[in-house]
Design a protein around this ligand. Structure first.
Ligand code: FES
Length: 112
């Protein structure tokens, strides 16, 4: 089974974590299954940026993001070339190293 290394994130996993993932699972699902509670304000429907992560290793093993995801990502805080929305990025056979950015922009909240 592929492994995902989550780099330390102050709020979500201060020590970092190594988790087992299943092929075909999203990065977000794998995190949540291991109590790493990445935000997912739009309930994983690719309509927010709160589940933004940066794939530090293994980026090329992921299926490419589609246009909708790219459009959303454009609005993410701290966008990098290897950014993905974790609810859209499907794990393949390869291991990943994932960084969860310190901040998220929660447009849903901001608009209230
Ligand atoms: S949870 Fe909203 S785009 Fe992933």
């Amino acid at each position: 089974m592929p492994k995902i290394v989550f780099l330390p994130n102050e709020d979500l996993c201060p020590e970092g974590a190594v988790v087992e993932a299943e092929e075909g699972q999203t990065v977000l699902e794998a995190a949540k299954a291991n109590n790493i509670d990445i935000e997912h304000a739009c309930e994983m429907s690719c309509a927010c940026t709160t589940c933004h992560v940066v794939i530090r290793e293994g980026f090329d093993s992921l299926e490419e993001s589609d246009e909708l995801e790219d459009d959303m990502l454009d609005k993410a805080w701290g966008l990098e070339p290897e950014s993905r929305l974790s609810c859209q990025a499907l794990v393949t056979k390869e291991d990943l190293v994932v960084e969860i950015p310190k901040y998220t922009l929660n447009h849903a909240k901001e608009n209230h």
